[in-house]
Write a protein that binds this ligand. Structure first.
Ligand code: 3UK
Length: 508
């Protein structure tokens, strides 16, 4: 990939202004239920917002700006307005409560906020207790003092702040799967780098593609897939403020979407409507956020005729670094290392292990982890390698196979059992809709395998069903891995990015 950039560069210029300067201003850019904006429409709005930030809200380059909203075109205009003005975007998950927003405001040292009017209440609750945040504007509102109104009084042109390549552009917050939020800093260079890597070598979309998906823009999976990547190639994108499986399917059909980004759970639900998917223009389906079981890959292929593109990314790395396209995909493998990155499997001493051996995944490349004021930096980055907290195996062909989070390895009577392999075994049973497996303490075996199971509608959760599932797993994978305990749930605890929260099952 081409990773040489000028030392002074504002990524908003490259992703937005450039298309208009180069004559593509009339092409469709961002769409939503109420809006169909061209690149010029988005540019003018972003410019007006940048002017509001500078002239009305007193923003100076380097200020951190909270962007709290569901996915809408206006949220994208705000994102670019902030970046153009040299601000640092801190985009958050829309469903966060005041209690969860408060530490983000504090850790991020947030001075300004642009907030969807529908979420004003929660932000007000959090901001009360945080003295540094004094400039808040609401948008997607008809109020006279809302951003929507006051931006009309500002100029539709703006000279982008001439940021350095290594000025911070955004701070991504991640609670990961463990609960304590961490702030990750990413430079303008990093935004340019992710656009030059995975989308070019794996996704291979073009300017006529229409992107759509479910991840919030406060999750870098969503920011990349639904904003940065389509805009880096002059394509268009569809933003849905609610993107459950049925809204996603309606959106794919109504907007003629060709590229979708969502998580494995969503593909499992949508597979039931495979015939409707087949009738759309959809051609590329990206899965990330958590491990893609081989059974889900097969289910989707059989239902829709489309081979999923799996990819592992992390907030710390900004986006995807191991992945394979639809032609090179292999069942159970996440893929190969994305050109531009290097990946290896290491042991507990940081030494590389031979192919076929399970160890910790370590990666390095043009992006990497920079926690803000957080001693966990020392655990994530070792000798220049980012250690993601995942147990992986690489085969002789260079394919990487997810095993578990390093904290999800169960050791029972001396056997190493990775939670996801038991989950995959259970998922193959037709009565199982979703499941999660953890290790629970056991006097005799140290730990035993325990499964939390959500059954499909119409199935009965009782001891007979538990026995049926246990016998089934024993026949599907090595018998010693079967879940000795099974508990039925109505649904699994998940983060807003769709990730399973095994720690909440452990604490329950
Ligand atoms: C897990 C996966 C197996 C893995 C993300 C794409 O998920 C993203 O970022 P997060 O910081 O979580 C990172 C962790 O999630 N994971 C993600 N994708 C996969 N495990 N297979 C996968 N395909 O434990 C990783 O360490 O929330 C994903 C792009 C940007 C992202 N931020």
């Amino acid at each position: 990939p081409e990773l040489q950039f000028p030392e002074q560069l504002n990524c908003a210029t490259e992703l937005l202004d450039k298309h208009v300067q180069e004559g593509s201003g009339d092409r469709l850019c961002v769409r939503g239920p109420k809006d169909n904006w061209t690149y010029r429409d988005l540019l003018e709005r972003a410019n007006r917002i940048a002017n509001v930030l500078v002239h009305d809200m007193g923003l100076v380059p380097g200020n951190r700006v909270l962007l709290h909203a569901p996915n809408t075109p206006m949220m994208v205009a705000c994102w670019f307005g902030i970046v153009k003005a040299g601000g640092i975007v801190v985009a958050t998950m829309p469903l966060l409560r005041a209690k969860e927003l408060k530490p983000i405001l504090e850790i991020g040292a947030i001075s300004h906020a642009l907030c969807d009017a529908g979420l004003a209440e929660e932000l007000r609750g959090a901001a009360q207790a945080v003295p540094g945040l004094h400039h808040i504007r609401h948008f997607n509102s008809t109020e006279a003092d809302a951003l929507d109104a006051i931006m009309q009084d500002q100029s539709a042109t703006f000279d982008n702040v001439n940021t350095a390549l290594d000025d911070t552009c955004l701070i991504g917050f991640t609670s990961g799967t463990t609960g304590v939020p961490k702030a990750t800093m990413h430079f303008h260079r990093d935004v340019m780098a992710i656009c030059a890597c995975w989308p070019r070598s794996v996704l291979k979309a073009n300017a006529d593609d229409v992107f759509i998906g479910s991840p919030p823009l406060g999750f870098t999976f969503g920011l990349g897939g639904l904003v940065l990547f389509p805009m880096s190639i002059g394509a268009s994108t569809v933003l849905l403020d609610k993107a459950g499986p049925s809204q996603l399917l309606d959106g794919i059909r109504d907007y003629g979407a060709t590229v979708v980004f969502t998580a494995p759970t969503s593909y499992r639900t949508l597979a039931a409507r495979g015939d409707e998917i087949r009738a759309t223009a959809l051609r590329k389906c990206v899965s990330a956020g958590e491990a893609l079981p081989a059974s889900t890959r097969a289910l989707w292929r059989e239902a829709t005729g489309i081979e999923l593109i799996d990819g592992i990314g992390a907030t710390e790395m900004l986006h995807i670094f191991i992945s394979s396209d639809e032609h090179e995909a292999r069942p159970s493998a996440t893929g190969k290392v994305v050109p531009g990155y290097e990946a290896r499997i290491i042991d507990d001493n940081g030494q590389p292990v031979p192919p076929g051996t399970v160890g910790k995944l370590a990666v390095r490349g043009p992006t990497g982890c920079r926690y803000l004021n957080d001693e966990r930096q020392q655990t994530y980055v070792k000798n220049g390698w980012n250690v993601t907290g995942d147990a992986y195996l690489m085969d002789a062909d260079g394919y990487f196979f997810y095993q578990s989070r390093t904290d999800d390895m169960i050791i029972s009577a001396g056997y190493n059992i990775a939670s996801p392999e038991v989950e995959e075994g259970l998922m193959l049973h037709p009565a199982v809709a979703e499941c999660a497996v953890i290790g629970v303490p056991d006097a005799e075996r140290g730990q035993i395998v325990k499964a939390y199971v959500v059954l499909r509608a119409g199935e009965t959760s009782n001891a007979d069903m538990a026995k049926v599932l246990q016998d089934f797993v024993k026949q599907t994978i090595a018998p010693y891995k079967y879940p000795r305990a099974i508990e039925f749930l109505d649904k699994l605890p998940r983060t807003q990015s769709g990730k399973l929260q095994r720690f909440r099952l452990r604490d329950s």
